[in-house]
Design a protein around this ligand. Sequence first.
Ligand SMILES: [Zn+2]
Length: 589
Amino acid sequence: MLAPLLLAAALAPAQYTVSMPDPPSHFFHVEVRYGDVSAPFRFAFPAFTPGGWKIDEIAGNVLGLSAADGAGHALAATKIDKETWSIAKPGDGTVVVRYRVYADEKGTPYVARLNGDVAHANLATILGYASDRQTAPARLTISPAPGWKVACSLAEADDAPGVFTAPNFDQLADGIFLAGAWSEQTFTSDGTRFRMVFWRPPEFKDRKVADDVRGIVREAAAVFGETPFDRYLFVFLMEPDGARGGIEHLYGTSIGQPLDAFTDRDVYVRFLGVTAHEFVHAWNVKRMRPFGLGPFDYTREALTHNLYVAEGFTSYYGPLVAVRSGTTKREEFFKNLADNIVTDRDNVGIREKALQDQSWDWWLDSAIPYLSFRTNYTRGAFVALVLDLEIRAATEGKRSLDDVMRALYQKTGLRATGYTDAELREALESAGAPGMDAKLDAMVGAPGPLDVPAALARAGLEVVPDPDTPAVPFTGWRSATSGKDFPNVDWVEPDSPAARAGLQSRDLLVALNDRRLSGENLSKEIRRLTSGTAVMVTFFRDGMLKRAELLPGATVPPKLIVRPNKDASAAEKAFLDAWLAPRAAGAKP
Ligand SMILES: [Zn+2]
């Protein structure tokens, strides 16, 4: 449709002002001013945050919404559903909406926070929109608390320094900002200016953070072939009590990390891993995105079969670009693979429900204990790994999954709508190798295990049990109880020894062969069992003591190691080197 676009282009920008008169109250004060209003209109809050993929209804955090015309005369504002207000037509063509929105996030970077020390927001979690003007441009003024400085991922207006602009509400809502006494490191790569802002300012020790992140940035860009933005803002929320997670945006990312992330190498590798993951998203999901993930209808779920591509393929590429850049070591890359193989092996959900269906249902809260949206990350990453190594093998190293990602990005990355299921398969077939579309269907269309070790063998890698952690007989119950309490059965794996013994969730394990169990000794007592030799389990169910016979299954190694096979052929070693070698022009091998 052409007419609404022309109408939108003619509309004056919506003028947003975010201020912080009382930071300890945790309320941002927001004012939005609209011109050219000639009819009653509707003002609403997003039902979800892009990147979060769950209904979070920020309207629940809003207080005191009011509306006025340009002269300050009140206009009736009536709430008509859980997130929308209907506002009366003004006499002078101007509507000013004011409200307060509560923001007190801690430990994660997904929403917003305002307190006596700092302000941070994913703008989708504090800004409302006019329902019929989502395509209209917007201008944003951030008025921080006294003494605070502002970093924002949106473009600064040419005519007004400190005022930020967006061509539509989608891009406004995609923005992030940090206000406070943050510290900053900057670098330039291939013409793009990168800012890394840190709250709280950490001690970097001897870490060359900017050099390491620049290496990651270069290798990520080399996968996709170009960097389609001239600015990018990393916001790092460093918390003394620990923080985790990241959320991706078009021109930046907000990442939570422990304040001491630069002390231990292990913690620093995780810092680099999440940083690489979020940056790969600048292509994969923010630009090259599944059909339906933008432009958004903020009133309802945006459903797609391809969140395992958005998150899983990104989880594959994050560690890969880090190791290609040399910022992480191969042993660190292998350790991450080994840990994830254990996670995938023990993931009951992927044996029960196909990956593309788990993507579609990401938005649903399920009571089934073994279904988790995290499967889209862990299994999705292995789907990418298998495809990558299969394409390399089928084309004798001439092509890889990188070529598929680049082709799909070039075709769909900068257009208004995302790629379809068919376009994803077409790219695998034409830019990857024949049969890869069917290979993908087999991996994501039905539940079941995935033979990752077989794929890694192509690169001369072997997956072996960690000799320092002895294998344990399989029982099939899961319990998170710690300390001296009887272990509570959180849930029982289907078709497991515990299931065959008739155990169920909420059973309280008392003894194995009359030896008392507790949260702290459960693992040790299981290690004493012998596979195939029956034991008596004593447990409480609903306060009644019961007994059942349990036949422990074969032993399972709790930890695995991925390492180069010492018998690997020269061709396999070359395969490994080609896979993990730097791709960026001028990169040091
Ligand atoms: Zn992600």
